[in-house]
Design a protein around this ligand. Structure first.
Ligand code: PEP
Ligand code: MG
Length: 325
């Protein structure tokens, strides 16, 4: 069966009834570009831009960032590259951006919050991403958006970057898509208002699970409360998809659930149409997409949403996977 799954690598990712589900990869270093291409990836669903900041004691310049983003845009010219703006703070610290000590770093100055507090850091990155958009299909994603106020602030900064580039006659794609990572529970509730202001949502299930269940994703003592198949997580995903549909926006998943073979059929059934994962997960995900009719996926999603516990959902997903493989 394993070798059968390998045969699916590189095949078109459509369901038996013809619905396209885009499979993309998460990139956390520049070396990973090569392994992702070798694994047959066409697109990048999550380019973790912080890795450019990690290896160095200095903040990478606009030019250095531009070259890195352009390289990715060219490497994935068959598809798209979603570049997530700097997502440090919380668990991720970089030497060049000293952080204040915080009692609750996961509730603190991280993600978009830190970028809005540091325009001298944010603006060059926005310019670099915009400039790269002239060389391929680049999309920009803002992490940790919890509501309309910080989204609008960030959109204003993007507008400033655009106007600067126009004045300097530097090319960029004026239609570059802008999206947010949905990973703060308030964004689930505000999804309608947020969808009116962006082009897409990518659900960050790692943080969303942590915040929905109030269980630190890194604290082993509470790992049994960090329930990746909790019904609340699936209900949240459903709510986000429904809001996005009302505004004709697309929804992806870039957290670890997106590459989880148990979860993939249910996510498709919930209406997710892009899944971002690790390169080695692509072949099995392709097999799952190509062998899951939409109606079957929808029925599975209904059963998941009707369940009341992580254990029940796990059993349901396990059983389906066992029958398929
Ligand atoms: C997430 O939170 O699900 C996510 C994709 O981002 P990270 O794991 O980098 O926080
Ligand atoms: Mg996150």
């Amino acid at each position: 069966w394993r070798s059968r799954v390998e045969d699916y690598r590189g095949q078109e990712t459509v369901t038996p009834d013809g619905e396209e589900v885009t499979l993309s990869v998460n990139l956390g270093s520049s070396q990973e570009i090569d392994s992702a291409c070798t694994a047959g990836a066409c697109s990048v669903g999550l380019y973790r831009s912080e890795f450019l900041f990690l290896g160095s004691s200095r903040i990478p310049s606009e030019e250095t960032q531009f070259q890195a983003y352009r390289k990715a845009a060219k490497a994935f010219s068959r598809g798209f590259v979603i570049i997530r703006t700097l997502d440090v703070g919380g668990d991720k610290q970089v030497a060049s951006i000293p952080a204040a000590r915080e009692d609750n770093p996961f509730l603190g100055n991280r993600g978009i919050r830190l970028c809005l507090a540091r325009p001298e850091l944010f603006l060059p990155q926005l310019r670099a991403i915009l400039r790269a958009s002239a060389f391929g299909s680049v999309k920009l994603m803002l992490p940790l958006v919890g509501g309309v106020p910080e989204l609008e602030e960030a959109l204003e900064m993007i507008e400033v970057a655009r106007q600067e580039l126009v004045r300097e006659r530097i090319p960029f794609d004026p239609g570059m898509e802008i999206g947010i990572t949905v990973e703060v529970p308030s964004a689930v509730w505000m999804a309608d208002a947020l969808a009116q202001r962006v082009d897409f949502f990518s659900i960050g299930t790692n943080d969303l699970t942590q915040y929905l269940l109030a269980a630190d994703r890194l604290n082993g003592d509470v790992s049994r409360y960090y329930r990746i198949y909790d019904p609340a997580v699936f209900l949240a995903i459903r709510q986000v998809v429904e809001a996005a549909r009302r505004h004709r926006r697309w929804v992806g998943v870039c957290g670890e659930l997106g590459g989880d073979p148990l979860a993939i059929p249910a996510l498709i059934g919930l209406g997710v149409r892009e899944l971002s994962m690790l390169p080695w997960q692509l072949a099995e995900a392709t097999w799952l997409v190509r062998t899951t009719p939409l109606q079957e996926a929808a029925l599975l999603a209904d059963s998941v949403l009707a369940s009341v516990s992580h254990g029940d959902i796990r059993a349901l997903l396990d059983e389906r996977y066992r029958l398929k493989s």
